[in-house]
Design a binder for this molecule. Structure first.
Ligand code: CAA
Length: 258
């Protein structure tokens, strides 16, 4: 798959999307976001892929939406083209598990696409921030909402109103990231997690992700009911029979994704 602004590699059931505009610190321009959306569409259809990792470079996961590309746009242009909408938010629509492996700057839209992933594994060098206010705007790809849900009102207000950065240690303490590891271990840790996920039953992993995400939009009662319905439905799958048989027979399960 030849792209100009991202690189895709696959390793067994895991695909890695590497953001690759190093001169612009991986600033998210329209072309790159279109490529990410296109790649995710293909990866979602690819039955061999069970988990995706999104990553950047050591210096920058992504330093935000491309300021130079957007600075002269107008309200009407952005509205008509749904800028920062459909294409930029392809990760949030992706139905298979997707992990962000973050090193260096994850600012503005960079922080926002990391938060669209299912969880974030951060290098000790990671720096998260929503500095849009210093540019005379505010986050436009879900930052005010996802950051608040991840770290609570006090820290979200602090970060979005002052534009300050949060280092990896504070990000882990605040619940923004699931693990912090030395930079040298970032990709091996992310790949290990991704391979573990890809080795599970794909439909069950997808339903688990969908159910956790449902908790953000429902009451507790509705969410628990949704969970129970899908839990019941899992007993119609081969993989439930296989997983439980393997446990009782003291062997490894061989999931068939059906
Ligand atoms: N857009 C476009 N170009 C960017 C960029 C961005 N978001 N971030 C960095 N770059 C470019 C710089 O312009 C520079 O290019 P030139 O060499 O052509 O001048 C190159 O990347 C390297 O950047 P710096 O020289 O600034 O590198 P640094 O190490 O001194 O600083 C930094 C790094 C602190 C991340 C700094 O680049 C910076 O503050 N970047 C902007 C961060 C930001 O404000 N992000 C939010 C964007 S708005 C947004 O994302 C809106 C939204 O929610 C939808």
């Amino acid at each position: 798959m030849p792209y100009d602004n991202i690189e895709i590699t696959t390793d067994g059931g895991v695909a890695i999307i590497q953001l690759d505009r190093p001169k612009a610190l991986n600033a998210l321009n329209n072309k790159m976001m279109g490529e990410v959306a296109d790649a995710l569409t293909k990866l979602e259809k690819d039955d061999n892929i069970g988990c995706v990792i999104v990553t950047g470079s050591d210096k920058a996961f992504a330093a935000g939406a491309d300021i130079k590309e957007m600075q002269d746009t107008t309200y009407l242009y952005n509205y008509k083209h749904d800028d920062f909408g459909n294409k930029h938010c392809a990760i949030e629509r992706f139905r298979k598990p997707i992990i962000a492996a973050v090193s260096g700057y994850a600012l503005g839209g960079g922080c926002e696409i990391a938060m669209m992933c299912d969880f974030i594994i951060a290098a000790e060098t990671a720096k998260f921030g929503q500095p849009e206010i210093t540019l005379g705007v505010m986050p436009g790809m879900g930052g005010t909402q996802r950051l608040t849900k991840a770290v609570g009102k006090a820290k979200a207000m602090d970060m979005c109103l002052t534009g300050r950065m949060m280092l990896a240690e504070e990000a882990e303490r605040s619940g923004l990231v699931s693990r912090v590891v030395p930079l040298d271990d970032l990709m091996s840790t992310a790949k290990e997690a991704a391979h573990k996920i890809a080795a599970q039953s794909q439909p069950i992993a997808m339903m688990t992700k969908e159910t956790i995400n449902t908790s953000f939009d429902t009451t507790l009662t509705q969410g628990i009911q949704f969970e129970r319905r899908l839990f019941h439905s899992m007993f119609s799958t081969h993989d439930q029979k296989e997983g439980m048989s393997a446990f009782t027979e003291k062997r490894k399960p061989h999931f068939k994704n059906k």
